[in-house]
Design a protein around this ligand. Sequence first.
Ligand SMILES: [Zn+2]
Length: 269
Amino acid sequence: MAFTPSLFSLFNWERPQMDVIVVVLLVLIVLLLSSVIIAFVFTTTSQFLLDNRKVLFVTAHPDDECMFFAPVILRASQNSSTTFLLCLSNGNYYSQGDVREKEFYKSCAVLGVKKEHARLINDPLLLDGPHTQWNSKEIEKHLLQAVNDFHIQTIISFDNWGVSGHPNHIAISKCLRQLVECGRLPTSIKLVLSLETVGILRKYSSIMDISISCFTNWQFCVISNVKSFIRAQAAMNAHSSQLFWFRIIYVMFSRYMIINTFKPLYYQM
Ligand SMILES: [Zn+2]
């Protein structure tokens, strides 16, 4: 049986390694093209999550807000939602807490979060550090205080893996899960979303992850346009004390600077 000219005929069957390269290249081209197309078309899918809501983002360290949550914070700020930010430590692991606190408020301004809507906690029981176990009751205290003070309806934070696996991120997720499971969420809360952690290949595939994110989680997917992407970069530049080479690589290639996908932890119709 003779094959007509097609993609099939591109493969070199006598050198299988060439086939692998061709297949990988084709997959990358398809991913890139579909992602670019989706990025231009897909702008509104997740707006229903955010319209007319008071949304509280709960993070662990100054810079989490732009390294992980910039797409959804910017989207919420552009919608009719009011955005609030609760950062549970001043990031004092390298004794730079004061500097990082100032950088946090600069970053919030770039992301469209008003200074009076941003709260940074400096609590000796919630010290920044990969070996510090955060007390769940202490997290709960600050979280519920912010929910009550700001009349919050939606909470957005990390999932069980905390994107980077940082124990402080995971501690927030654990606390939120306990609040949901024990029914201790204030009645004003209608929706709790956790930011989806993806594998390392997808994490650093930048724009190419757009199509995968859309197809696997289109209901809870936020994609930045070019303008928002530039603002996210500008917010990260506000954290000048943190701009080490590895973080610059992160900012250049991480899909979290462009895409956020979520899993619902709690919702009330
Ligand atoms: Zn962090």
